[in-house]
Design a binder for this molecule. Sequence first.
Ligand SMILES: [Mg+2]
Length: 239
Amino acid sequence: MGVDAVIFDWGGTLTPWHTVDIRACWRAVARVLDPDRAEDVAERLLAAEAALWARVRTDHASATVDEVFTLAELTVGPDVLTERALPELFAFWEPYTHSDPAVLPLFRALRSRGIRIGVLSNTLWPRTEHERVLQRDGLLELIDGAVYSSEIPWAKPHPEAFRAALAAVDVVEPGRVVFVGDRLFEDVHGARSVGMRAVHVPHSAIPASERGHTQGVPDAVVPRLSELLGLVDSWRVAP
Ligand SMILES: [Mg+2]
């Protein structure tokens, strides 16, 4: 059997789950874009983002934060979005981006066993922002390969998203990969569909509207990330 790589979801898995006030987030962004019509702009941004995430869930096609701005039909130039809107967006999210304290020792322990580490995230954000927060938490250099859906045409649970993650960690056999995530649809159903073993981290309060059409059945459940290492060790030596 053996385990060549462990690939992690990011939000709600490597970071603890947070219920974020998305409307407040877009209000903050709207205030820097158009202070006089901030409420209207915020509602349009909120609706645009919700429409894109709905598309991700139904079509498994990816989306980007640039598409949110386009769909919201903002009348500001791209430089304003890059220089003012995105920094405001990321500043709002900053408190929710910190990794679980168990991640750093877990990553080190996996690497000490020669196991490769990957990340596969459904995200609207660009790689640069993800790498900034992973670098801040001392994790970036421990990750062998990461795939952010904003950079590829697909999103989890689409098999191509998982195949991209396999390629990113340079592993051929999905059966020698463990995928760890907090969502039974995108993560567990998706990973098992391509032949990976799937571990569920069940501490996220996933809204009913975000549950998807299939609730995957995980190979294992770890209530805490600190329990993952023992599980992976048991699978490494299993016949
Ligand atoms: Mg997640």
